[in-house]
Design a protein around this ligand. Structure first.
Ligand code: ADP
Length: 486
């Protein structure tokens, strides 16, 4: 096993192009989820620091937004290259702070870099329109411009990916940014900002404040100069932010929780479906908002599918993220682990069968870590907590169904609407089911939904707005209609 590093780094705030101490001069602990040890101290920023960051974002907005898209693209392309050049360092930081296996952290870095490059390019295609007018003496035009200084609030599960997905389109559109990364995982955001500085992003254009979420959040949401809030996190916090944003009618993009159904029909390629489910469910230790949360398997193939899935799940190696052989790391926190343990206990008490897992693994040297064995639960029903809550952990709960109509109704019977998956080889069924699922994204014999070219986002209480593709950039742009008489 890899030896856990022992040095403790100190992270400052980045405001108006300077790395500074927080006004409180207070720092909070960043803890390794694998060992429980303190691995960094991060600046405890508050509303005063946030105000300075907003001043910087507001003051730098006119100049940054007036740059040509080519000038902005040149800087962003340099940032893309720097991310690739520093990908090992970034990946190690992600893995150390949130626990994910290093191979997955490397994937996150490449994906994050892709968002930077793609938006740099797309920024050059922010076109206007000339509209035919109803009278011959008029010229009707539409131009697009940056929405203004943006507040970005990001979670810990993809600590670099989520930052890049917000900061890259914002900058490409001409917006300036104040970022509040998750308190559990500031390190990769700090490295990203260091690279952005090196790439030549002018001072004040991007600012980073770590610290008490509600104080920073309130300062961002009550300041009229912040014109847009882009958030990824829980539905509960999203609702709080939406209510506060309403007071000043700020633009919002919300990527919130999910409760993804994963449907396996009897006509599916079962080997493929089991392999894809094992990858989707246990990626990031089940801590993604698009993780399969309710697995519906057609009754006729239940035993066969469970056998295939168990073989794959039993092979998964749980361990320290920086160990190259690790495929499943720890949960991010003690609270995350407790939620998983409680859901499993509740399900078992109500009749669920543990097919595999169901306990903490025995990992020498990592007894204090927040690890849980990849688990399959069969005979799960709607009375159990796991059926109604997002799990955010390595538990695959299996339900069965008889008919297509029944499973579509069950899959849609939730307030969430982020991602859904359907595995079938029947063409007509694939069209019927994918079009009937009330979700922002559907994986049809596929699990890869976070693609830079496509719109990632949800409906219902899973959020509003899209990240990725032209829609991702459009979320940071306003349209202006100009009617001219000549
Ligand atoms: P999770 O449960 O995955 O940690 P949260 O929604 O709690 O998700 O957190 C996502 C992000 O929102 C984090 O950066 C967190 O600090 C921030 N956050 C939490 N509460 C608030 C709040 N009241 N105001 C602003 N940001 C908040």
């Amino acid at each position: 096993m890899t030896i856990v590093k022992s040095e403790v780094t100190t992270y400052q705030l980045y405001i108006n192009g300077e790395w500074v101490n927080p006004i409180s001069n207070d720092y909070f602990d960043v803890v390794s989820p694998a060992t429980g040890a303190v691995i960094a101290k991060a600046a405890h920023g508050d509303e005063q620091d946030t105000k300075l960051a907003i001043d910087a974002a507001a003051n730098s907005f006119p100049e940054w937004s007036r740059k040509t898209s080519k000038e902005r693209a040149t800087i962003l392309t340099r940032l893309y290259q720097l991310m690739l050049d520093n990908s090992d360092k970034l990946a190690e930081k992600i893995s150390e702070e949130m626990g994910k296996p290093i191979m997955q952290a490397r994937g996150e870095v490449l994906n994050a870099a892709d968002y930077v490059l793609w938006n740099a390019e797309e920024g050059k295609r922010v076109y206007g329109e000339i509209i035919p007018a109803a009278t011959s003496d008029r010229r009707l035009q539409v131009i697009q411009h940056a929405v203004g200084p943006v507040a970005a609030i990001t979670p810990w599960n993809f600590p670099l990916g989520m930052v890049a997905r917000k900061v890259a389109p914002a900058l490409a559109a001409g917006c300036t940014v104040v970022l509040k990364p998750a308190e559990q995982t500031p390190g990769s955001a700090i490295l990203f900002f260091q690279l952005a500085e090196e790439a030549g992003i002018p001072k004040g254009v991007i600012n980073l404040v770590t610290g008490t979420p509600d104080k920073i959040g309130d300062a961002l949401l009550t300041d009229k100069r912040i014109r847009k809030v882009t958030f990824t996190g829980s539905t509960n916090v999203g609702k709080i932010l939406l209510k506060k944003a309403a007071d000043q009618v700020k633009r919002v993009s919300m990527e919130l929780g999910g409760h993804a159904p994963f449907i396996v029909f009897e006509d599916a390629d079962l080997e493929h479906a089991a392999e894809q489910l094992a990858r989707n469910k246990f990626l990031n230790c089940g801590q993604t908002c698009i993780s399969a949360n309710r697995i519906y398997v057609q009754e006729s193939i239940k035993d066969q599918f469970l056998t295939l899935l168990k073989v794959k799940v039993d092979k998964l190696q749980v361990g320290y993220g920086l160990d190259v052989n690790t495929q499943v790391g720890p949960l991010v926190s003690a609270a995350g682990l407790k939620k998983v343990e409680d859901q499993v206990k509740d399900a078992v008490a109500k009749g669920a069968q543990v097919v595999t897992g169901g306990t903490k693994p025995d990992l020498k040297g990592y007894e204090e870590g927040f690890f849980y064995q990849p688990t399959i639960l069969a005979d799960v029903n709607e009375s159990m907590r796991i059926a109604n809550e997002e799990t955010f952990g390595p538990i695959a709960p299996i339900y069965t169904f008889e008919t297509e109509e029944e499973v579509i109704a069950k899959a849609n019977d939730t307030d969430f609407g982020l991602a859904a998956y359907c595995f079938t080889t029947n063409l007509s069924r694939s069209i019927r089911v994918s079009e009937s699922l009330e979700y922002g994204m559907v994986g049809l014999n596929d699990i890869v939904l976070a693609q830079v070219e496509g719109p990632f986002g949800g409906v219902k209480e899973s959020g509003m707005g899209r990240e990725g593709g032209p829609d991702g950039l459009a979320d940071f742009l306003e349209k202006k209609f100009i009617s001219t008489v000549f």
